[in-house]
Design a protein around this ligand. Sequence first.
Ligand code: GCO
Ligand code: MG
Length: 403
Amino acid sequence: MLKIKNARVIVTSPGRNFVTLKIETEDGLTGLGDATLNGRELSVVSYLTEHVIPCLIGRDAHQIEDIWQYLYKGAYWRRGPVTMSAIAAVDMALWDIKAKAANMPLYQLLGGASRKGVMVYGHANGENVEQTLEEAQKYKAMGYKAIRLQSGVPGLASTYGVSKDKMFYEPADNDLPTENIWSTPQYMNSVPKLFQAARDALGWDVHLLHDVHHRLTPIEAGRLGRDLEPYRLFWLEDATPAENQEAFRLIRQHTTTPLAVGEIFNTIWDCKDLIQNQLIDYIRATVVHAGGITHLRRIASFADLYQVKTGCHGATDLSPVCMAAALHFGLSVPNFGVQEYMRHTAETDAVFPHAYSFADGYMHPGEAPGLGVDIDEGLAEKYPYARAYLPVNRLQDGTMFNW
Ligand code: GCO
Ligand code: MG
């Protein structure tokens, strides 16, 4: 038995907010879990401190599955981003502890490596096509095999995915939500031009991806997917909001462009219909927001039955602790597709020293026991929490829209 002695939450903001759970066992092993929920960070802090941690003390850290079920079924109130991020943090920390106790990198406990490395995609963005492609060339030169392209939309002052700091896009940019203005027709006209220019400039031996960020209706998404078919995208992401999973059937009827969805999903129930009806190609659910490694493995196993591959969310708001967990998961899971990798800043990397590394388009979690990531608490303390929101989005006539 590995008795849990103590658990606490560390909040730090080295350029952006991160919430980390640290669990300690009586014999001195420690485990880390990411609990960051962008723009709503303190709700998970409170859920963990007030409601989860008191139930953990004295339990056997080895009983990962039982503790997962205890927190999920025992809460009575099921699912939801706050609950599932809190459960995820506990789950990650317990896997970290178990793997340290076994003196193995976590991927070994998950069945061992199924591949040499985890293919990642980087983010190229610019205010116009030219700038975006300039950025994409930089990623190609760094060895990336897959690049996401987002470009400014002519006539719109700002849009999702385009930032001043090209390498470190950080959407949670204000202590009250920034307001963006959106136009679907202008966007729909501009995206095919971007990808046509991209194929001319970058060639065909690099995977290209695009994130619609929940902004189209199903029929609009069907049309965009069809317009993009000549450019052979790796995927079109979040083409329409997915609360209504059935909506993807309409998109599917109109295009063979592969579809990815799920970065905001919390459980297998959010993607069950999408997967079993083969309405998507990649599932974007991620360790921190979908109940940890334990639950993400369940989603991936289910998806594998339908030839749906993983494509985990990996934006900057997923801390290096989550990135490490995602890499162990990605290295081991049979139906791996791609992993998003929006690089963290040097400040963040310094607070979270880690064993994972990038080389030639692939990442590897490293061979350190456990997750292979630590937190420098002294340094973390120097960056106090700072409220930050994701932007909101309105149509040109003022109607509230999806960001
Ligand atoms: C992505 C995402 C992010 C999210 C952000 C929200 O595909 O990387 O869409 O950019 O908007 O992670 O917290
Ligand atoms: Mg996305």
